[in-house]
Design a protein around this ligand. Structure first.
Ligand code: SF4
Length: 253
């Protein structure tokens, strides 16, 4: 009995790149191109050293651009800053802090009143709920004070690791981690300091490359540089102070 002979394979058309992680995303939402070098940890540390030194000189007054006078205010402002500019947050926080200067005051606020104040920051219902929920937790578990550890901050409504790092580094001068926002993600990848795609992975790679006492400042420096020179769409490499050390100089998107 004749064996079934398999038909010769038909030519297979190359698959469309539907699985691309960038498919359907706006340019500003895509991960920054991954620089090919530096390769070794020593190379990365050298680049990191240059970046830190040059950006310190370029932005001697780099600081958190969310207006605040204490840890509670910074916590509220950082919760509001999700998917929103610092400038916009700074427009609404004076009214918020005046109406609810403490966790005790905010916990008994009417949700609709808080929503009205924070409306222009986007996602205002969720943010108002987080603010009031956060205030409740502060009073119930921490005597109305903002706690000083990541483990205690992260369970608060509206607070993730990034927000916790913002509070620790800026309100308490505690360098527990590095704030990785969209600018820090983009710049650290362009500079070849990491190939990690997500904030947690990026933070882990950055921490050993920079002195711990500079972690909070580092975030500000990268954020300031991202806002002023290393733009998401058209980085201005021609006037960038770290161009000679950046493997993406002239080739970044
Ligand atoms: S050289 Fe270009 S890509 Fe590299 S950090 Fe500067 S602006 Fe960004």
């Amino acid at each position: 009995m004749a064996k079934n002979v398999a038909a010769p394979d038909k030519p297979v058309a190359p698959k469309a790149r539907k699985t691309s992680k960038t498919y359907g995303l706006k340019p500003s939402q895509r991960a920054a191109p991954v620089a090919k070098s530096p390769k070794t940890k020593a190379d990365k540390q050298r680049v990191a050293g240059v970046v830190l030194e040059r950006l310190k000189a370029e932005y001697p007054d780099a600081h958190c651009e969310l207006d605040h006078t204490n840890a509670f205010e910074l916590l509220c402002a950082t919760i509001l800053s999700a998917q929103c500019t610092d400038v916009r947050v700074n427009m609404v926080t004076p009214q918020l802090f005046k109406a609810y200067p403490t966790a005790d005051a905010l916990r008994i606020a009417k949700l609709e009143d808080v929503e009205e104040i924070v409306r222009t920051t986007g996602f205002y219902r969720a943010k108002a709920k987080s603010l009031v929920g956060m205030a409740n937790r502060l009073v119930d578990l921490h005597g109305g004070n903002v706690p000083r550890t990541i483990a205690e901050l992260v369970p608060l409504p509206g607070v993730g690791r990034k927000t916790a790092n913002v509070i620790l580094g800026n309100a308490f001068d505690i360098n527990e981690g590095i704030v990785v926002d969209t600018h820090v993600q983009r710049l650290s990848r362009r500079m070849g300091l990491t190939r990690e795609p997500d904030p947690i992975g990026i933070e882990k790679k950055l921490m050993p490359l920079f002195p711990r006492q500079d972690w909070a400042l580092l975030s500000h420096l990268l954020i300031w540089h991202g806002r002023r020179t290393c733009f998401a769409r058209k980085p201005e490499c021609g006037r960038c102070v770290v161009a000679d050390a950046c493997p993406s100089a002239g080739v970044a998107e």
